[in-house]
Design a binder for this molecule. Structure first.
Ligand code: TPP
Length: 955
């Protein structure tokens, strides 16, 4: 209302006038609907009576009718701008747009003649300048907003952006008639796109290619984006897409040669499965050709020396799941990490482009999670260009069954992403839209969504008969001309090309393909299928000790606070007492060890990125990677400020997501090979919300695509009576996925082991592997898990920890308990252990790759063994039992019986009742140290005793 008070009547014009009139109308209908000050203002204000020649006439007796017209006209104009897309002709197959009654002036009881009487001032913007009355202006707006482009911006709340978008549309800055050269170039490109599909269709009959036909404009639109990126010197375009149109994108965006593409069709077995099988045993299993990634270079047309790398991410069949991975890759390319502090981000250093399916985008939750990352400081990539390849069908499913929204793109509106729907049969419109999208990203550094509405010429794949399910639609498609034909006709009409020229162009393109096909093909070239060493063996665990003086210095630096910083007193006291001295008798605890590992790596020039839910503080209040000034709230991150650091340290609380954030970190780790990238789950079991990322990328990315990652997953795991959730990080799942040294899986028991394993992970170079660590909860502060300074300075990571005490009396040991993780502290801390002089307790800290030799050494170190027990806290069908059992048997040739002590098989990982949990664990420990013959009975009885009981309260 300040606006109203400050301005006199004569100052209201254009959108302001419209706004005031609308408000005035509301006031007249219901004075209570406007605020007090506005009411006061309207008591003495009269709406202007507009004449064609501009200035308002003063209010007269017919003011009410005039006001109604003025307000109606103003509303009508606003609705064209906001809802014109409802009347736009967006469907190439000619279906009627839904329309909207508010797009007709009669809805406001005004006629076209009334509009002629009104000035353009009421419209405002560039259209007002080139028209002479409201009728002309409204016609112009209908031309802009209701033809083959639907601008859907009403949800954008930032005024500056909204005005920019409106101005862009109405000035036609990105549209207008295309110049001859560009128009011809576009015809050439569409001819190539069309010819490739037709050629593959005829030549390789029946082979799947997921043709792009019906959405051919995808290719020139992406071409434009790549060219625009090259123009401003963006070094990398990172793209994610699914199967649809991928071959065409490979050929005409990434310049993959026709001969290679044809070669793969000719030798599908070679292209799609294990071309590298000879070298890599049967580890490198490959992937189908429409999933493979590729990296290609594109030269800027204007400046030949400007190259842009186009990085098309490989993707699994799991639609939309590559989205966060691409975002992570793009972010990695945007950050400079070679100096201390936070990484420095340059949003122009990469351009992410995501292609979506019209069924998959609204349907798959990962789409929403990825959009939610777009403006978060730890995840933003300065704007992603999204393009829905909307063919109006998802396999056989129509939109009414596929989504609860009007448009396939509506999800984006919740994130205030501007949306433009465009008819894929109008090439000029499509190019205008993509230009606007790029310019918007440049200007605001935010996402933009293009909903490219086309159709699908064939079935879901080329073997499918679409007429079974969509007979009417396919009747139309059968006779529908291709966009190439439509554009060629238009250019003929404009006189840009001669009659017959387009046909000749098509014939030449096809015959070139025939020529290439006739030449003997080399088939697949090596770099297409394997960009990395597919099967580099793991290195030996390196030496990762750090001298005490260095650790002392780093520790001291981490305890420094900037001048004037007021720490939280309680936390500071805690820090000083527990982290002050490295060699005090309590030892170094888990989180402290982690900070020392990070500090030492930063000193060695290894950048670190650590994210997860509440990770900055740590779920268990253990980490405190950032400190907050008690008076100002200002944040201080010691690891970003230690003078020894030679690389960046990034730590972010993630949004409440698993799948998108895990995918993001995977992508980041793939593209930031210099960095140690860690994702932490709040509790390990929540990681299964991101299971597709684990299955499809982390565990198998290397086998399918030679994509290597050194991502670390930190998964809190351990049975502490907290209920079925919050206990298990599903260790068994990772062990089941483990093969050909694809990942490393650890279940650690000491702070020093954690320190060394983090450092060992950072040391991986060409042989990167994801590392899965079961991290502790109660062990974070458990005295048995704390380590002495010499464990950091003199020892490296040990895959197996033998029982040092029992080793002294090795010949008297008859029973070897093997275990992993937290149950060790229960076994080793038990009074029963003292008495069990015939028993040794050893820990397997690295479960995969299984440290066979070390385990053998431990077993052979006890020459009088009668039996080996595997003791675990997880139910029998979970944890590591089924993984270690055959391996132990193989190691001992069955000479020493191996037995299981623990819970029976169960459908749910943990007890609901804390009390029963305690009892059961006590029984497991008793059974483990029980007599050699009767050991299991007690555990069994304990387990049976709890079976069937009602679980206790849980969250
Ligand atoms: C996560 C997931 N669920 C199901 C499928 C099976 N599937 C493959 S394609 C497809 C339809 C996709 O439709 P749309 O998103 O419109 O893309 P289009 O194939 O039409 O381009 C389905 C359901 C899949 N690949 N991924």
């Amino acid at each position: 209302m300040i606006l109203l008070q400050r301005q006199t009547e004569s100052q209201f014009y254009g959108p302001n006038l419209g706004y005031v009139l609308e408000l005035y109308e509301r006031y007249r209908e219901d004075p209570g609907s406007v605020d007090e000050r506005t009411r006061e203002f309207f008591k003495t204000w009269s709406p202007p009576r507009a004449g064609v020649n501009g200035r308002a006439a003063s209010c007269t007796a017919d003011v009410a009718a005039d006001v109604e017209k003025d307000v109606g006209a103003s509303k009508f104009i606003r609705h064209i701008r906001d809802f014109g897309h409802m009347a736009a002709r967006l469907d190439p197959l000619g279906s009627e747009p839904p329309g909207d009654p508010t797009l007709d002036p009669s809805f406001y009881r005004i006629s076209e003649e009334d509009l002629e009487d009104l000035p353009t001032l009421i419209i405002g913007g560039p259209v007002a300048e080139r028209t002479s009355n409201a009728k002309e202006a409204a016609d112009e707006l209908r031309r802009l907003y209701c033809r083959s482009i639907g601008y859907d911006f009403g949800h954008v709340h930032v005024p500056e952006e909204r005005f920019w978008l409106r101005e862009a549309v109405e000035s036609e800055r990105f549209g207008g008639t295309m110049g001859e050269q560009e128009a011809k170039g576009l015809l050439r490109r569409l001819t190539q796109v069309d010819a490739l599909e037709k050629f593959l269709h005829k030549t390789f009959l029946g082979q799947k290619r997921f043709s792009i036909e019906g959405n051919d404009m995808v290719v020139p639109m992406i071409n434009y984006l790549v060219q625009a990126a090259a123009h401003v010197g963006t070094p990398e375009v990172v793209m994610g897409m699914a199967h649809r149109g991928r071959l065409n994108v490979l050929a005409h965006v990434l310049d993959k040669s026709y001969s290679k593409i044809f070669g793969e069709f000719q030798q599908p077995d070679r292209g799609e499965s294990s071309s590298a099988a000879d070298r890599a045993g049967d580890a490198w299993v490959g992937d189908v050709k429409y999933h493979l990634g590729i990296r290609g270079w594109h030269l800027s047309e204007e400046e030949a020396d400007r190259e842009v790398l186009i990085n098309l991410a490989p993707n699994p069949s799991h639609l939309e799941h590559v989205n966060p991975v691409v975002e992570g890759m793009a972010r990695a390319a945007q950050e400079k990490r070679d100096e201390a502090g936070e990484p420095r981000r340059d949003g122009e250093a990469s351009l992410p482009i995501l292609l979506h399916g019209d069924a998959a985008f609204p349907g798959e939750g990962v789409s929403a999670e990825t959009l939610n990352l777009s403006r978060l400081p730890g995840y933003t990539t300065g704007g992603t260009i999204h393009l829905i390849t909307n063919n109006q069908l998802g396999f056989t499913t129509e939109k009414g069954d596929a989504r609860s929204t009007t448009y396939a793109s509506d999800l984006a509106k919740g994130f205030e992403i501007p949306v433009v729907h465009v008819n894929a049969d109008d090439p000029e419109a499509c190019m205008a839209v993509v230009r606007m999208a790029y310019a918007y990203r440049e200007k605001f550094g935010k996402d933009f969504m293009i909903d490219l509405i086309g159709y699908r010429r064939f079935g879901h794949n080329e073997g499918d008969e679409p007429a079974y399910t969509q007979p009417k639609m396919y009747e139309i498609i059968r006779d529908h001309p291709t966009v190439r034909e439509i554009w060629a006709k238009e250019l003929e009409r404009r006189g840009v090309i001669q009659e017959g020229e387009a046909d000749r162009m098509a014939e030449e393109t096809l015959s070139k393909m025939r020529e290439i096909q006739k030449k003997p093909s080399g088939g697949i070239e090596e770099e297409d299928v394997a960009t990395d060493q597919p099967h580099t063996p793991l290195v030996e665990i390196p030496v990762t000790t750090v001298p005490a003086e260095r650790l002392e210095e780093l520790n001291g630096a981490m305890l420094e606070r900037p001048e004037g910083f007021t720490p939280n007193q309680k936390l500071e006291r805690l820090f000083r007492s527990s982290r002050g001295e490295l060699d005090d008798e309590d030892g170094i605890d888990w989180a402290h060890a982690e900070s020392l590992a990070f500090a030492s790596l930063l000193e060695e020039g290894v950048p670190i990125r650590l994210t997860g839910q509440d990770t900055v503080r740590g779920t268990f209040s253990q980490r405190h990677a950032a400190l907050y000034d008690a008076e100002t709230g200002e944040r201080y991150v010691p690891l970003q400020n230690i003078p020894q650091a030679n690389a960046s340290f990034a730590v972010y609380n993630s949004p409440l997501s698993e799948i998108a954030v895990m995918g993001f970190e995977y992508g980041y780790s793939v593209n930031a090979r210099d960095a140690l990238v860690l994702w932490e789950a709040q509790y390990g079991d929540f990681a299964n919300v991101g299971q597709p990322m684990i299955d499809q990328f982390i565990a198998s990315g290397q086998a399918k695509w030679s994509q290597t990652s050194g991502l670390v997953l930190l998964l809190p795991h351990g049975y502490e009576g907290q209920g079925p959730e919050h206990s298990s990080a599903r260790l068994e799942r990772f062990l089941q996925l483990a093969a050909h040294e694809n990942i490393r899986v650890a279940n650690l028991t000491t702070a020093a082991q954690y320190f060394h394993l983090l450092r060992a992970q950072a040391a991986l170079e060409d042989n990167k592997r994801p590392l899965i660590i079961m991290t502790p909860k109660s062990l974070l502060r458990h005295p048995m898990a704390a380590s002495k300074l010499e464990d950091f300075t003199d020892s490296s990571f040990l895959p197996v920890l033998d029982d040092e005490e029992a080793r002294e009396r090795a010949t008297s040991v008859e029973r070897l308990i093997l275990c992993s993780g937290k149950i060790y502290t229960e076994l080793a801390g038990s009074d029963l252990r003292e008495e069990a002089v015939d028993t040794a307790v050893a820990r397997i800290e690295l479960l995969y790759p299984f440290p066979e030799e070390r385990v053998r050494e431990v077993i052979e170190g006890y020459p009088n063994l009668h039996e080996i027990l595997w003791v675990q806290e997880e139910p029998k069908n979970m944890g590591a039992w089924t993984f270690v059992d055959p391996r132990l048997r193989a190691l001992t040739d069955g000479d020493i019986p191996t037995r299981y002590v623990g819970k029976p098989t169960r459908p749910s990982p943990a007890q609901g009742s804390g009390r029963f949990h305690k009892e059961e664990h006590a029984n497991i420990v008793r059974a483990a140290f029980g007599s050699v013959d009767g050991d299991l009975e007690e555990a069994k009885a304990a387990a049976q005793g709890t079976r069937g009981r009602a679980p206790g309260p849980s969250d």
